[in-house]
Each structure stands twice: as structure tokens, then as C-alpha cells.
Design a binder for this molecule. Structure first.
Ligand code: C2O
Ligand code: CU
Ligand code: CU
Length: 501
């Protein structure tokens, strides 16, 4: 099967190439064809770094999720269902959604307000929604053991009681989280508060949510999940979607934008940078704002992590464009992956910002964003070690034990503070995630500096052969999970339960 050729044949340029023998090309076709030659050239120059030889990249406009804002409604409804969505231009593709189409809505809510949502499961198998990064009671968290059967309804109700930040939601059934997120069951969850409002950060059309997900499409234009055994290492795709739009473009003004970025991929770690803009500013991490903005040239974002950044297009003129890309992250894995797709080290273009309008934005970013109380090491009453290991049969585990959703792996005292020592003994980086808490990173043994370590985290990347120490205060009673957030690892047992009592 010639996977590589199909979607490409939808494009004008391919049509132009076919027709060119017998017909004079129109200017438009000629232009598109030369664009396509550029893509071909890029492919030839870096055979392992195929951008996209099946579609004309940057021809689809970035979709912006609609919002469910709890300022205007008291209760929302989600229904996990099979749907059709036009991801690849007009081609309708089988996906899973919460409200009928992709991208799923962004939830927006203010600190102190009540969140309420009725969730119906219209899938064939049990599932449950988890609010990633939120500090909610055990019964509201969406532990895999709480999955509801087909046609059942789960009523979520809780008060949002944490600082402003970018969070997300996704389903969390035991063993099928990877597949469900892959086909669409995820979205953003934004918390606002007064402190953040006073900062006057770019908002409205100047605040863009970007959910980055690499995907595979077959020759009919349908999404394809796992294909080979190698995919247990992690499913990597060759088409990068942002907000369910493959390689989109977005028209912008030459001013500051706030980008709330979520890596919603299965396994790929991105090293994000902007071509044509040297530096940008990190203002927030998983759990909310940093104390002060940090200037960076590029930034790593592992699966499930969020970064809140300010990028300034002020030096650009109308007609210029700026590419958001990943520089590749080969340090993330020595494991072989499905060779039909670009590996962990692949450089890829993600999306293009096109400057179409001038603006006279003069706003200055505040030097101080918030206060983060550092948890003192001396507050910790216990230290425990979690190891990341592969056991016989190629099973990914924590502490050598495959996941059992009813077994208590760690018992923690309610109200206590602990240091968790995360030890990665395999040659692959793992994003370690905990439910029910936001933690702080104390230190790491590796050489790479993570500016995101400065903020509140719920997911932290532990590099190959690295040990990372985090400090956590446990304030919510109940059973929660901690796991690797590479979706194929989590589904394949790299998960455990901790009970806070
Ligand atoms: Cu994104 Cu168990 O979570
Ligand atoms: Cu989570
Ligand atoms: Cu892992």
C-alpha cells in the first residue's frame, strides 16, 4: 500500500502535475506546484524528517475550539460518542467527540465557581472523564476504576479552588486511554482568577489555545492508531495537528500573543521554537503562572504538559510568516519506533503564523506574575522512590509491578508532605504524572535545564537514566493514580495507585 501518496493526490499541485503534460498550467497551479516542490525538496534533504508529503501543509486555517464558559452557564453536557469530523479538508473521518465535532470545546471557569457537567457514555466500552491537573475530590477525579458503562451517566460537580492556569480533560479508561485520546476525547480546561486578570495579559483574539497532537492517516484519510508491536514504545505520527487541524496556518497581527500550549500527543516530545523569532517568554506551567517571566529560545514539552507563553510578532511586517516547529528530541529515546513514521528525533514544522495586519500594541509584560510559596524540604516527613522499568515481556511498569486498578501501591498520610524520588532506569524519557496534586521539582541529576521546573507541575519529564526529586503536599483524601503519561506506557501498565488517608 502506498500510504505516502494518497492525500497528496487530493492537492491541487498533484493535479497540476498530472495535467501539466496536456494543459497549460494556471498561475495558481504553478504556484502551488512550486510550493509542493519545496516540500519535496525538504523531504529529500532529510529523509527521516518528512514534513508531509501527503497534503499541502499550511493551507487549512487553525480551528479554534468553541468555549463552554461557566460565567454564562451553570451546567454542561458531554456525551462520549462516535462522530464524523472533517480533519483533512473536506474528508470526513471517524473520530470520538464529546459534543459531535472536533476540536472539543474549551472549558473556561473562574476560581471559586462551581463546575457541573453531566457525562453520558455512548461508547461501546466503559469510560470516564478525568480533569487533568485539577484538585478535585476523589469521586470527581475520574479514576479508571470509576469508569461508567455504556449509556450510563456520571454527574460531575465540584468547586474550582485553585489558581489560574491551563489544564485539560480526557477520558481515562483502564487500558484504552491512548486510543480514546488518539481518536479525539480530550480538550482544554482554563481556570481564571483575579490575580491573573490584573496582569492584563493578551486576551480575546490574542489568546490562542494550541493542542498539539501528531497523528497517522491511512490512504482513505482515516486516522490510524497502533500498527505494529513497535508502537508499544509510543505511537508517533507524521501529521501534526493543532486543534484537530493538520499543519494549520493562523493569521495574526504584529503584536504579542498568549499561546496556551498542550502536548496532547500519544508519545512525542516537542522541542518548540519559532523560525524567525529568536526568543519568546514562558509565563506559566502545568499548575499556573510562574513568579516571573522567563525568556527562552526553545522549550521542551512532554506529553500532557502545558506551557503558557507570550510570543511577540512585533518585528514582523504584513506578508511575513513565522513557523512554529519542533527541533526534534532524540535525547528522549534510544528505543526503535515504527520506522514508517518520523522518530523522536525528527524536526517537523507544526504551524505557520501569517502576519496580515499591523497593530499598535504597546502593552508591557509585568515583571512579576504571581507568588509561588516554595515547599521546604524540611517539611517532608517521608521520602519514597518510584522506579520506571521495563519487565519481562516488554511491559512498562512503575516499581516493577504491572498496574492493578484496585491495589494500593502507596499509602500516604492526609495533610503530609513527601519527597518522591523518580528514578528512570530505561533509555527513554517518561513524563511522570500524579492526579490530585500539584507538586514542585526539587532537583534533577540530568544536564538538561527545564525552565518549567520553576513552576507548579503535575507532570514532569524524567530523562533516560535520570533521577528527579519532587516535593508534594497531599491535601485531598482518597485513591488517586500516578503514571507515565506516554499513553501507550500508561495503558501498558506504567501506572500505580496512591491512597491518601
Ligand atoms: Cu492526563 Cu491520569 O491523566
Ligand atoms: Cu491527570
Ligand atoms: Cu513511559
Amino acid at each position: 500500500m502506498n500510504r505516502r501518496n494518497f492525500l497528496y493526490s487530493f492537492s491541487f499541485s498533484a493535479a497540476a502535475a498530472i495535467l501539466s503534460g496536456c494543459e497549460k498550467k494556471s498561475d495558481k497551479n504553478a504556484e502551488l506546484e512550486s510550493k509542493s516542490n519545496e516540500v519535496q525538496k525538504a523531504v529529500q534533504e532529510s529523509p527521516k524528517e518528512i514534513l508531509n508529503d501527503r497534503l499541502e501543509p499550511f493551507t487549512q486555517e487553525l480551528k479554534i475550539p468553541k468555549e463552554i464558559n461557566f460565567k454564562h452557564i451553570a451546567k454542561a453536557k458531554f456525551n462520549a460518542q462516535k462522530s464524523l469530523s472533517a480533519l483533512y479538508k473536506e474528508k470526513e473521518t471517524d473520530v470520538l467527540t464529546f459534543q459531535g465535532d472536533l476540536p472539543n470545546a474549551t472549558i473556561r471557569i473562574k476560581k471559586g465557581d462551581d463546575f457541573e457537567l453531566d457525562f453520558t457514555n455512548s461508547l461501546e466500552k466503559p469510560t470516564i472523564i478525568h480533569w487533568h491537573g485539577l484538585l478535585v475530590p476523589e469521586t470527581m477525579d475520574g479514576h479508571p476504576k470509576d469508569a461508567i458503562a455504556t449509556n450510563m451517566v456520571k454527574e460531575y460537580k465540584y468547586r474550582v479552588n485553585q489558581s489560574a492556569g491551563t489544564f485539560w480533560y480526557h477520558t481515562h479508561p483502564h487500558g484504552r486511554t491512548g486510543e480514546e485520546i488518539y481518536y479525539g476525547l480530550a480538550g482544554l480546561y482554563i481556570i481564571e482568577d483575579e490575580n491573573e486578570k490584573a496582569l492584563n495579559l493578551p486576551s480575546g483574539e490574542f489568546e490562542l489555545p494550541l493542542i498539539i497532537q501528531d497523528r497517522r492517516f491511512d490512504k482513505e484519510g482515516n486516522l490510524v492508531y497502533k500498527e505494529t508491536l513497535q508502537d508499544n514504545v509510543g505511537v508517533l505520527g507524521d501529521v501534526v495537528m493543532v486543534n484537530s487541524t493538520p499543519h494549520p496556518y493562523k493569521s495574526v497581527k504584529n503584536r504579542k500573543y498568549r499561546l496556551r500550549i498542550l502536548n496532547g500527543s500519544s508519545a512525542r516530545i516537542y522541542k518548540l521554537a519559532f523560525e524567525g523569532i529568536e526568543e519568546f517568554t514562558l509565563i506559566g506551567t502545568d499548575g499556573g503562572l510562574l513568579e516571573e517571566p522567563v525568556t527562552v529560545k526553545d522549550i521542551l514539552i512532554a506529553v500532557a504538559e502545558r506551557i503558557d507563553i507570550i510570543v511577540d510578532f512585533k518585528d514582523k511586517k504584513v506578508g511575513d510568516s513565522v513557523m512554529l516547529k519542533t527541533l526534534g528530541f532524540k535525547e528522549g529515546s534510544n528505543f526503535g519506533t515504527n520506522s514508517d513514521y518520523p522518530g523522536f528525533g525528527a524536526k517537523m514544522d507544526i504551524m505557520k503564523f501569517q502576519i496580515t495586519e499591523l497593530s499598535n500594541d504597546t502593552a508591557v509584560l509585568p515583571a512579576k506574575l504571581t507568588t509561588i510559596r516554595r515547599i521546604k524540604e524540611s517539611d517532608a516527613t517521608k521520602s519514597r522512590t518510584i522506579t520506571m522499568e521495563v519487565i519481562k515481556g516488554g511491559i512498562w511498569t512503575l516499581n516493577k509491578k504491572p498496574y492493578d486498578m484496585h491495589r494500593v501501591d502507596e499509602r500516604v498520610k492526609l495533610g503530609s508532605t513527601e519527597i518522591w524520588v523518580l528514578k528512570n532506569s530505561v533509555h527513554m524519557a517518561h513524563p511522570f504524572h500524579m492526579h490530585g496534586v500539584q507538586f514542585q521539582v526539587l532537583d534533577r541529576t540530568g544536564k538538561i535545564d527545564f525552565p518549567t521546573d520553576k513552576g507548579w507541575k503535575d507532570t514532569v519529564l524524567v530523562m533516560p537514566a535520570e533521577t528527579v526529586r519532587i516535593i508534594v503536599k497531599f491535601t485531598i483524601p482518597g485513591m488517586f493514580v500516578h503514571h507515565c503519561h506516554i499513553l501507550e506506557h500508561e495503558d501498558h501498565s506504567m501506572m500505580a495507585n496512591f491512597l491518601v488517608e
